[in-house]
Ligand binder design. Sequence first.
Ligand SMILES: [Zn+2]
Ligand SMILES: [Zn+2]
Ligand SMILES: [Zn+2]
Length: 188
Amino acid sequence: MDAMPVPPWLEKLLATAFFTVCRSHGAAARSECNMYCLDCSVDDAFCLYCRSSKHRDHRVIQIRRSSYHDVVRVSEIQKVLDITGVQTYVINSARVLFLNERPLPKFGKTVSHVCEICGRSLLDPFRFCSLGCKLVGMRRNEEVKERRLILSSKEEEELREASQQDIYPRTPPSRSRRRKGIPQRAPF
Ligand SMILES: [Zn+2]
Ligand SMILES: [Zn+2]
Ligand SMILES: [Zn+2]
């Protein structure tokens, strides 16, 4: 599926609550916490003023809202993340994608494209409705790869053992004699 490994900040970004009022700048006009820093990568959103004071030279992405759901502009997120397979939408004349899975509508019509993870209907032939569902997909993919690695190394071992038995069918190695033959390393 995706060759790119899951970046360490992605899970935290998706678990972060946005659009709360900043604790330090609550009195200011634009104090809603809609920024996330990829370099600090903590589960904490911050506001415009925090950005200029604490994250000046960091990679920061801005989260926006669409009908109470968190979205991010494609132009911002694609610089730092492979978003292949995630459905994008044009909202307020900007192309965005949803951070997380949204509750499914109760009565969905039959559609040809659905999210592989949550089953939400998609407008276009994409694989995931949101970054959250893509993360689940990436994790599954990593697990499968790991399992395959374990399996193949086991298989390899079995094959090696089998081939050794083929090559030396009648020489049962005497373990004790062999062990004596190993030279002991001299102490310093
Ligand atoms: Zn702030
Ligand atoms: Zn930062
Ligand atoms: Zn989904």
